[in-house]
Ligand binder design. Structure first.
Ligand code: 6MZ
Length: 334
């Protein structure tokens, strides 16, 4: 099952490739490390859930001028997945979309992330268990789970997620890391640093959305780097001091090309910060972020690397292979 009908910025790149190049990308072992569960629901499943609930299909794709507008898309999706059953169904469909078509463009390995939500039907821990039940239907070498903390959460909620994640890891569940995500300017970063460190001390890895907007301050970025995280999401607006730390510590960066272009945080591929990492041979992972609103897939993201300019970055096949290898090496141990 393809995750979503494609129409995003990578589609032109994919369509410009020769059959031989497409086949090369299909069989290339691709590792997806930055995909948000509720952002990757297949449209078909969302439509079914909306029909069953008797509500209109949520608006999930619209042109954005400001990245903040993006977060308004999610409450309508959340309203459709408040029960463990709906959540399991959605998770299963998302995993199938990424993993089941291995010889036809799918991912060899996936770290799927999601923000545990409390509803009248389940606690945050039960949310994680429902997602983990689906994740654990696959072999260990195909998929693992990351629990996200949303920047709009208070300390009590963030701590509840970290403590539940630690417990689940101790129980042998396939949870590998914590993530900090959500509305880019919200929240008390000092508090999140404190809470995420607790998780790290208990053996969970940490990845953080960092400097995704030009409005994220250098002070905030340095605080997040002090955790220290094992990987970084986006890392679009790092200043020189932060770049020096990231390069020195060789912290892998999760690169989401379509997401950055659609959210308008990067103006063009030409201007994308991936270029500096490619030039430096720095570890990166090519990721989709949210296939539902961005209408992309791991294939279209890799097509953006291979396609000729101006549709893509015009890397050679061996350069693309090297990038895919870096992503595989950036997996969190499970
Ligand atoms: C920051 C993002 C994001 O967790 O409910 N999310 N946070 N930047 C992004 N890039 C544009 N894309 C998605 O999946 C949806 C949630 O992931 C976060 C947002 O908090 C969004 O509500 P889950 O499964």
């Amino acid at each position: 099952m393809s995750a979503t009908p494609l129409s995003g910025v990578g589609l032109d790149a994919l369509e410009s490739l020769s059959p031989e190049e497409i086949q090369f990308l299909k069989v290339l072992p691709k590792t997806e490390l930055h995909a948000h569960l509720n952002g990757c629901v297949p449209l078909k499943v969302l439509r079914e859930l909306a029909e069953e609930a008797g509500v209109p299909l949520p608006v999930v794709h619209k042109p954005l001028t400001e990245v903040h507008e993006f977060f308004g898309l999610f409450p309508a999706i959340y309203a459709l997945t408040t029960t463990p059953n709906a959540l399991r169904r959605m998770t299963r469909a998302v995993l199938e979309g990424f993993l089941d078509n291995l010889d036809d463009g799918g991912c060899a390995y996936l770290e799927l992330r999601s923000t545990p939500k409390q509803t009248s039907e389940m606690t945050r821990k039960e949310y994680m268990c429902a997602v983990l039940d689906e994740v654990e239907r696959y072999p260990k070498d195909r998929v693992a789970f990351i629990a996200s903390i949303d920047r709009r959460m208070d300390e009590e909620t963030a701590t509840e997620i970290v403590e539940a994640a630690i417990q689940l890891k101790r129980e042998g569940r396939r949870i590998v890391a914590l993530d900090l995500c959500g509305d880019i300017l919200a929240g008390d970063v000092d508090m999140f640093v404190r809470v995420l460190r607790k998780g790290k001390e208990a053996g969970l890895e940490v990845t953080v959305h960092i400097a995704e907007s030009a409005q994220n301050t250098p002070e905030e970025t340095l605080k997040l780097l002090s955790i220290p995280p094992g990987r970084l999401g986006h890392a679009t607006f790092l200043n020189e001091e932060a770049i020096a730390i990231v390069m020195r510590e060789k912290i892998p960066v999760e690169i989401c090309l379509s997401s950055n272009l659609v959210c308008n945080t990067v103006k063009s591929l030409e201007a994308h910060h991936i270029r500096q990492y490619l030039q430096a041979g720095h570890p990166i992972a090519i990721c989709t972020d949210d296939t539902l609103p961005f209408r992309n897939s791991i294939m279209t993201e890799y097509a953006l690397l291979l396609a000729k300019q101006p549709l893509g970055l015009e890397l050679s096949q061996s350069e693309v292979e090297a990038v895919a290898k870096l992503a595989n090496e950036a997996r969190f141990p499970s």
